[in-house]
Ligand binder design. Sequence first.
Ligand code: SF4
Ligand code: SF4
Length: 399
Amino acid sequence: MPDTPAFWISEADLQRLFDCLRAAGFQTVAPQVRDGAVIYDRLDEAAGLPHGLVDEQDGGYYRLTQHPDAGPFEHVAGPHSLKNFLFPPQETIQQWRRQEGSWQQLNTQTAPEALAVIGPRACDLAALAIQDRVFLEGDFVDPFYQARRERLFLVAINCRRAAATCFCHSMNCGPEVTAGYDLLLTPVDKRYVVEIGSAAGEQIAQQLRAEATLCTPADLTLARKVSQTLAEQMATRPHTPVRRALTTAEGTPASTQPDAAPVPRSLDTENIRDLLFDNLQADRWDEIASRCLSCGNCTMVCPTCFCSSVQEVADLAGDEVTRERHWASCFTLEHSQIHGENPRPTTAAQYRQWLTHKLAGWIDQFGSSGCTGCGRCITWCPVGIDLTEEVAAIREEAS
Ligand code: SF4
Ligand code: SF4
């Protein structure tokens, strides 16, 4: 860890952060509003950040609401994550062209541009560490992921609020950012404490902190308090579903689950691997299947899901062929097709595969859970299926 003192910047200094990163050769990527949600994309101007907006989230529910006092990072996890940039939804991994009677392979692995992503949270960095294990460790290293990862600069943000769907505290993945960043910003009132996490971060900080006020130990205590306070809130606040995604034909909520006793949203991970593997025949899988649409949204938004499939695409003349990789989902029939048979032909079997891999099989494969508690799969499930509720139901059925 570089021995550089933390310092303060103001909201007005955020543009200098963008400028310093671009001067260092990075394309800047940051949160912004598109189609009613906060997503990540290229952004050069701090004015394009989602100032004054807060995201309300619950099962199958996401709305941005205006809060004039909200800073540019009051939102939490949206539909995008770092996965979208390191392992994009679709990419060409090989390209072949017929020339003078033989096939020539074209070079598809050109050096990717260096990206600086401003805004990832603790759960995003935890997901990145999980994807690093998948793509960079073991016998097979993914060269496309590796090239992008080596050129990635991260300006992480400590959350000071959580959505109703967040449960990172119960997965030990947040809310405090503790590692894996180049620079870390903690919002305190209308200013930010900037901490440095790498040599690359130090270089940017050298320029950014010109004329900045250095932090005192009391300032750093204040910054730590932001995450501590939030963690306490997450562990104790009762969660009451604000809306259910199931609606009547007239568009009004069919149920607000008035009977559900409000409890803090969390995932009880005790013995979870054995709980799930020992209950593969639980009735709950069929009950979930009666609601699940097999749409695959949960796998698309999950920052750790890494399945892909490969397709060869030829031009009409037959002179050029590309091999395309695109995200795949265990909720499709093709995903499990083996030698003309499909061992997971039902929605119950597909959901069970997703949940048991994420929360149990992953522990055997990669030494950790595949879930960081970001809550995206709950928010973006069109029928509001909530894995924390499903695990609790399976635990109850097994007891
Ligand atoms: S399973 Fe759901 S809560 Fe867990 S990391 Fe994936 S999207 Fe986030
Ligand atoms: S759990 Fe929800 S998001 Fe996932 S496949 Fe089923 S309906 Fe779609």
